[in-house]
Design a binder for this molecule. Sequence first.
Ligand code: ADP
Ligand code: MG
Length: 597
Amino acid sequence: MHDPVIRILPEHLANQIAAGEVVQRPESVVKELVENAIDAGATSVTVVVQEGGLRSIHVVDNGVGMAKADLELSVVRHATSKIASEADLHAISTLGFRGEALASIAAVAEVEIATAKEHEPHGWTLYSKPGQVPTCKPSASRAGTSIHVLNLFANVPARRKFLKSPLTEFRHITETLQKLAVARPDIRFVLYDGQSVVLDLHAEEPLERVVHVLRNAHASDLIPVEHAEQGIWVKGYVGGPQAARKNRNGQFLFLNGRTIQSKSLSFAIQQCYEHVLSAGHYPSFAMWIDIDPERIDVNIHPQKHEVKFDDERAVFLLVQHAVTTALASAMLIPDVGSFIPLAQTPLQSLAGSAPSTVAVNRFTGEILERSPTGASSQRTAPYMPATPAERPVSGAMNAAYAQLFVDESEEVGPRVLFLDRGIAFCRHEDGIMALRVFAAMERVFYEQMIDRRAQGSVVSEQLLFPVQVELGAAELALIQEHADFLVSFGYDVFVQGTTVTVQGVPWFVQAGQEEVAMADALECLSMIATSGVGAQEEQMIIQLARKRAYAARSNVAIQHVQQLVQDLRKCTISHVSPSGMATYTIVTTEEIEKRLQ
Ligand code: ADP
Ligand code: MG
């Protein structure tokens, strides 16, 4: 008989290991403590930091406080007041819920928690040192909670070695507190670095908070954004060119009140600024995205920090639409919708939409990639963006009143005057619109493909007479590797030896063009092969839209442009192609008059 070699770790050791995930640096401590204060309903939170938080972090709030029994439990791992059942896990409205933060912090630092509930004769103070049993004594505290964290990582020298200078750590703390402050303008936040006040933000309106945190921005540089569709609310402010920065520090994104980082969502917004900001400048913005918590799938992984939106294109497109609409209404980008009569854009488009589900990592706010079947949630139907035809168009809405006086002859759409070198010149109410046909087609085809895929509508047309193509080894390998991917785009292929039989092609391929379409698909595939898995779908759509536009461009006549402009108007983003080319520009009569003087 052998003694078992597997042992259950003592509690303090298990906590210390878990702490590695939750508490990476002083900034993580501040984040957790301030989030707890917010969850406790505080209207005022003060943070005092010494030496970048390495020596001490002190967070004081005026929230509900804790009773003695709760105080004792608060530093125990997996002890939380915020969820009690699995059902709660699916509808979390607090910032915390894992019950790990205080236990983790207490495993790597000395912690003193003084807390009191209102109307109690006195409060309690808990002292805790790593590896020791905490003690709890009555104390005279005021209602609320004060948590003091001392000598962080003193017992984990390896971790402490990884920390940067106190100055750098303090910068991280400031950035995090600013994000939390923008997320909750209704709460007062004060930050001290030693003796000096670094940040003092009184409760205020969201716009004021954004202006105070951005510092260099004026309220007049911020354009309000508001859009709601299918259970997703997008609200916030985007900065005009004056508020742009050379880094991304002016960008704030929140999902259900939780700070999220998202390169792809930042990119979605950045894209709306094509031709507005010069290279190397990043727009400032504060955007609150809200999705019914019941519709959010919970996945908890503490280490992912990056949001991937590649598969959650719906949120991506919605945000882009909201931002372009706002920029267009602020006249920062031309509004293609404004010269088209409203009749084709029913205002009731927001009604009767389907419920949506978005899979979100509750801990980091990461929007998760979902399998194409939407298997991560059976509770509600997968989110589908409205077809472009149903999207409300700001320009059209603005024109609602003017529409009463629309000239009959204008109802059919823009009047295309002539086409020259791939540019269509059209009449516009403000002057002349010049449309780059190729770029416009790219944009329209791109969004059509996205909509078709999102709706799961038929993308393939079966061929009566399958076409056979002979391929080289590299191409065959490419096809075999991406067989399912190709099917999802409508290429129904069957490989035998070195022969590929094409049984179906995407709906837009014209008869007789099957072989060319297959070659195009292969070229697109080889181009996307280096993209990350998440980005491949997006890249493939961009490439295919480009190929399709390329094939169609030579047969464009004036009467097609009319339709093209109307299709373009229905796009979420209309002023720029997915590959970044401007689709149109408007030269106003005023500008022409000036030139003629
Ligand atoms: P979680 O926030 O995930 O529940 P924590 O470890 O951060 O886990 O906190 C544990 C519990 O301690 C919370 O659920 C809450 O009941 C209590 N708590 C922590 N901080 C505060 C505070 N500032 N005010 C009131 N209660 C608090
Ligand atoms: Mg917490």
